[in-house]
Design a protein around this ligand. Structure first.
Ligand code: CP3
Length: 354
């Protein structure tokens, strides 16, 4: 048997953290902050520990995962950690032949495009991802009251990599399948929903205190197509983890027209990119949801004054929201100066201290 961390019941609890309170739309001592892709190439300490280790291999080494996950928490004093992994890890874990190519992203050896291909998507068991359970056990112990966010790729975004065979601008193979063979598409998304649900459950049972479903590329769809062809699978994922009571965050890029549906799919918190101001996003999402976002990650290259001004703008638009988690509108860009992120966390905390 593999050693696991002490039971979560013995650890100090993140329940009262600003991040989880904001997700639950309760009053907070300050607006909580974390950054998508806060771990990674913007940090010299990350580049150092990743030297000579392939991306996917690093995701399967619990000690390394623990260290990389903690790096941005130590450095920036963010209000939450996000588990270091990648959206394709559960697919790799069930035996899909894929790799993450530096500067490109996930590349799948044999794309999934036919009914026969579906058989390659078998169920995920906790044993397939034993390293996740082990790393999260260690992490929750070290993190104490700082919450750990677990995550997974949403069925559409995973399907886009599996069907295209790699990153894609136009998603033409994916859309060809979606429009051309709706039954096969529905079955594919349902399979991915099962795998994603199982993967999120592993993370929550190991101690993750919130989960984020990344549907990064779903902004490529019109609302009617999203509702018909994608929402049922994402809704299945959200409802499969509802009984745990941990906040569920739903995020995609370019989703201005989909914000209401992203909430309706079953999220407690809707992530917003920088294209829609948070007050307008709140109108689109409707009551009963918190929002997460939404500083343009490119603003971090514009110098301290511009960063402060744009931060103030985001916070002004967030005033009066039921719950707000400050984040970027998408992931930290690899060439970002990490000191700007550290200053940003302090600035949001100071500006919102109550
Ligand atoms: O700190 C965190 O946010 C956790 C780490 C994290 C990674 N991938 C690590 C990673 C998270 C949350 C992801 C999710 C992910 N992976 C998404 C959804 C988030 C988003 O950005 O929309 C997507 C679309 C992927 C697929 C993927 N993996 C891409 C597009 C890339 C970048 C390729 C590149 O090199 O530019 C990856 C690789 C990847 N995932 C890296 C990291 C740190 C870079 C690889 C490296 O450091 O060598």
């Amino acid at each position: 048997d593999r050693p696991s961390g002490s039971p979560a019941s013995q650890q100090p609890k993140p329940y009262e953290s600003a991040f989880l309170k904001a997700c639950r739309r309760e009053p907070v001592p300050h607006t909580p902050v974390w950054f998508m892709r806060q771990a990674g190439r913007s940090l010299p300490e990350y580049l150092k520990v990743r030297e000579g280790v392939a991306m996917l291999d690093s995701c399967m080494r619990p000690e390394l995962v623990k260290e990389i996950t903690l790096q941005p928490v130590r450095r920036h004093k963010v209000d939450a950690a996000i588990y270091f992994s990648d959206i394709v890890v559960p697919l790799k874990a069930i035996g899909i032949d894929l790799d993450i190519k530096p500067g490109i992203g996930p590349v799948v050896a044999e794309p999934i495009r036919t009914r026969a291909d579906l058989a390659r998507l078998r169920d995920l068991t906790p044993e397939d991802v034993w390293y996740v359970t082990e790393a999260i056990g260690m992490l929750t112990e070290e993190l104490g009251t700082t919450p750990l966010i677990g995550f997974a790729g949403a069925p559409f975004t995973l399907a886009s990599y599996l069907v295209e065979g790699g990153p894609s601008r136009n998603h033409e193979h994916t859309k060809a399948l979606m429009y051309g063979d709706p039954q096969l598409w529905a079955d594919l998304l349902d399979r991915l929903a099962e795998i994603t649900s199982a993967f999120l459950k592993v993370q929550i049972e190991a101690g993750a205190s919130a989960v984020q479903l990344f549907d990064s590329w779903v902004g490529a769809l019109a609302p009617a197509d999203y509702r018909r062809s994608v929402m049922p699978a994402s809704a299945k994922v959200f409802s499969s983890v509802a009984s745990y009571g941990v906040p569920r965050i739903h995020f995609g890029v370019g989703t201005g027209e989909l914000l209401g549906l992203l909430g309706e799919a079953g999220a407690d918190v809707v992530g917003v990119d920088w294209r829609v101001p948070l007050d307008e996003a709140a109108r689109r999402v409707g009551p009963g949801k918190a929002l997460q976002g939404n500083l343009d990650p490119a603003v971090l290259f514009a110098g301290p004054e511009a960063i402060e001004a744009k931060t103030a703008e985001v916070l002004a638009a967030a005033e009066g929201l039921e719950g707000h988690v400050f984040n970027l509108g998408h992931g930290v860009l690899p060439t970002t100066d990490p000191d700007t992120l550290t200053r940003l966390v302090a600035s949001v905390h100071e500006r919102t201290a109550r």
